[in-house]
Design a protein around this ligand. Structure first.
Ligand code: PLP
Length: 340
């Protein structure tokens, strides 16, 4: 059996989603002529409680537009050293926005008070200007961890009091919403901008969305065109996104249940250990002894595809399209694969 647990971006549109896509409008979105895209953006603004939303091609584009819209050249953006924006977006804020990133070793996805105080610079002719704090929910590199909500609220309040703009990279925020029961509006009201991906757990072929106030989103719409992100006829993709929001959120609980099944199998193995916490749809683990690459090769040989190089641990991700039989197979293999 082949079980591809490399990432939740591997979701495929279901027949029902494809049907919704086939009946989508075909207007030009640069002219703002596409009713399905307008409907999607209005729907996301309502769901999040933000003024407006902007449909974009990827999570990376949404993050980069948020930074570009909320900063100026010479600004500094505080973020976790393990954040997607710092680790996996090619240093793009330096190129697109002319800003400097200030990575700090956040604890369980959040800066503590001292760390934040230390990171915020006092005004001085030598310094960049501390302008923005970026947070990640769920936190990919921390195994899909949901940051503690009270602490998150506290950090956002402190950052706001110090005049920082706040962006939440919520690529998988719906996983946090479903797993914790905290409504998305509770997250959204903490920040100036929030993005989430439609192409991950929600199961669409392409797309992410950025939500914020009118000025931020109009600025992002302007800047999106300049980086080549103006859509011509995105109606079919917007229709997939509307379908996903209506049908694919609650089912994320299934992905979380399956991740727990995998985590329990790892925990039962005397020579394997979970890395971090399994809060949502990811399981990070590694052999207690022996070589990670060798173990990774063995998993691959048994048909369990995974990521390991980026995170220095085996990462398994559950998503729409992974069923119980596949998980049972993985559990069996994890129990029996020799480590050496
Ligand atoms: C936390 C986080 N933010 C942003 C992204 C970027 O999304 P995309 O691959 O659509 O650019 C990802 C992708 O895995 C992610 O995990």
């Amino acid at each position: 059996m082949l079980v591809d647990l490399r990432s939740d971006v591997l979701t495929k549109a279901t027949p029902e989603m494809k049907e919704a896509m086939m009946s989508a409008s075909m207007g030009d979105d640069v002219f703002r002529d596409d009713p399905t895209t307008e409907l999607l953006q209005k729907k996301v603004a309502e769901i999040t409680g933000k003024d407006m939303a902007l449909f974009v091609v990827s999570g990376t584009m949404a993050n980069q537009l948020a930074i570009a819209s909320l900063t100026h050249p010479h600004d500094e953006v505080i973020l976790d050293v393990k954040s997607h924006i710092f680790q996996f977006e090619q240093g793009a804020p330096a190129v697109i926005s002319g800003v400097q990133l200030r990575p700090e070793p956040f604890i369980e996805a959040l800066p503590d008070e001292q760390m934040l105080e230390y990171a915020i610079r006092f005004p001085d002719v030598h310094h960049p200007i501390s302008r923005m704090l970026c947070l990640e929910v769920t936190h990919n590199y921390n195994g899909g961890m949901i940051p503690d909500f009270e602490k998150l609220r506290d950090v956002c309040q402190k950052a706001r009091d110090r005049g920082l703009k706040i962006h939440i990279d919520g690529a998988r925020i719906w996983n946090a919403v479903v797993a914790s029961g905290t409504p998305i509006t509770e997250y959204a009201c903490l920040c100036d901008s929030m993005m989430f991906c439609l192409s991950k757990g929600l199961g669409t072929p392409i797309g992410s969305i950025l939500a914020g106030n009118e000025d931020t989103i109009e600025r992002a719409r302007y800047l999106r065109k300049g980086i080549g992100g103006g859509w011509r006829q995105p109606g079919m993709l917007a229709a997939a996104a509307v379908y996903a929001l209506d049908h694919n959120i609650d089912r994320l609980a299934e992905d979380h249940r399956r991740a727990q099944m995998l985590a329990e199998a790892v925990n039962r193995h005397p020579d394997l250990e979970i890395v971090g916490r399994v809060d949502t749809n990811m399981v990070f683990f590694r052999p207690k002894k022996g070589d990670l690459e060798t173990y990774s090769n063995k998993l691959t040989a048994r048909g369990i595809l995974h990521d390991w190089q980026h995170f220095k641990a085996i990462r398994l991700v559950t998503y729409l399209g992974i069923n119980d039989a596949m998980i049972e197979y993985c559990i069996e293999e994890i129990q029996t694969i020799p480590l050496f």
